[in-house]
Design a binder for this molecule. Structure first.
Ligand code: SF4
Length: 367
């Protein structure tokens, strides 16, 4: 396998350039291109053409390359399927929003958690991603943003959420971030340090790994925490999320409240609304009944949180169905009546299979 220059320290990069018979300053030029996310050596326009060709034979730039890129019809969402150096594939999604450009990154290739509504876990866990591999996903999105607007610098100072670059990060793609906590922490530190992305514009989502939440508390950075809850009782949650057999709801939520109280942050609660087809082919509500809305309100009453309701995005292998728009609104109304901040997450990029893990799964099926 060719060495990945993105993984080199400045000193290693300098030595590599010297070994190729080039002056030291070329290492700095290459380093700058890498920090902008240059996908190949051909893009490094200030290097001599023959050196770019030699580099191409000897090394690669980032630890991942784009295999497929899908644009939603409204042009607001771009989904990337990326090949890692060992042949594993991952996804990341760029979402252009009114508040800035947000990137949803994967933290693992596959997932071991086995949530019954999710495509990402169907092929099991392949491996953890390194901090560099997670960070490279941000650079892929950044390169895309800058190339589509035809400039390779931010249009406003670094750190300004509307500077045209990546401004927000959600660690909510394939994988369970808190099964790979140290690499996720390393990645976030780097995104904050190198790209000026503020702690409060970074969200980590977990299905409820309590020791991982405790580690985030110990780490002490005021990022946002999201809990994939999806059910308000242990009984129901245990049926769709095997992790609930290890960490019960009250244990997960008390760790989450400890985190949010420490940083005075609102806890994000993710709740996928699921239905099921009955024998007559009609959709029956599963975790989206008014009774479950009441139970969820009981659980969250008086707490500083925001519930994101996510109508289910179909995955062929899973036998759930999306509840009707009316059922979704009824569920939301029941929570709002009880004083729980709730919003329905706008479905982004449904035309490009934006459900977590769907693109990777579809591609693996074709292999
Ligand atoms: S929902 Fe998240 S934690 Fe659960 S299987 Fe999918 S990727 Fe893993």
């Amino acid at each position: 396998m060719k060495p990945i220059l993105f993984d080199f320290s400045p000193a290693q990069l300098e030595q590599f350039v010297l070994d190729m018979g080039q002056p030291k300053f070329r290492a700095k030029q290459i380093g700058e291109w890498l920090s902008r996310g240059a996908p190949d050596f051909a893009s490094m326009k200030n290097l001599p053409e023959n050196f770019r060709r030699d580099l191409d034979m000897a090394a690669q730039t980032l630890p991942c390359k784009i295999v497929r890129k899908l644009e939603s019809s409204d042009g607001q969402t771009t989904k990337f399927l990326l090949d890692m150096c060992d042949g594993e594939q991952i996804e990341c999604v760029l979402m252009r929003t009114s508040y800035g450009n947000s990137v949803c990154v994967s933290s693992q290739a596959g997932c071991a958690m086995g949530c019954r509504f999710c495509a990402s876990t169907l092929l099991g866990l392949k491996r953890n991603l390194t901090a560099n591999e997670i960070f490279a996903q941000i650079l892929v999105a950044q390169w895309e943003l800058r190339s589509t607007r035809g400039g390779d610098r931010p249009v406003r100072p670094n750190g300004d959420p509307n500077n045209g670059d990546v401004s927000h990060i959600v660690v909510m793609g394939t994988g369970e971030p808190l099964q790979n906590t140290e690499n996720v922490i390393g990645f976030i530190e780097r995104a904050n340090h190198d790209m000026g992305i503020g702690w409060r514009r970074i969200t980590v989502s977990t299905c409820g790994i309590v020791p991982g939440i405790d580690r985030l508390i110990e780490w002490g950075r005021p990022i946002n925490l999201a809990i994939s809850l999806h059910a308000p009782t242990d009984e129901l949650r245990g049926q769709i999320m095997p992790i609930n057999n290890k960490y019960k709801l009250d244990e997960v939520l008390s760790a989450a409240w400890r985190f949010t109280e420490l940083h005075n942050r609102q806890l994000m609660i993710e709740y996928i609304l699921l239905g099921r087809k009955n024998a007559a082919g009609e959709t029956e509500l599963y975790n989206a009944t008014p009774e479950y809305a009441e139970k969820l309100a009981d659980l969250l009453h008086g707490k500083n949180c925001m519930v994101n309701l996510i109508p289910w995005n179909a995955v062929d292998e899973r036998d759930f169905a999306a509840p009707s728009g009316n059922a979704v609104h009824r569920f939301q109304d029941a929570l709002i009546k009880r004083g729980i901040h709730t919003r329905i997450r706008r479905e982004r990029g449904t035309d490009i299979g934006s459900a977590c893990g769907q693109l990777r799964l579809n591609n693996a099926r074709k292999k």
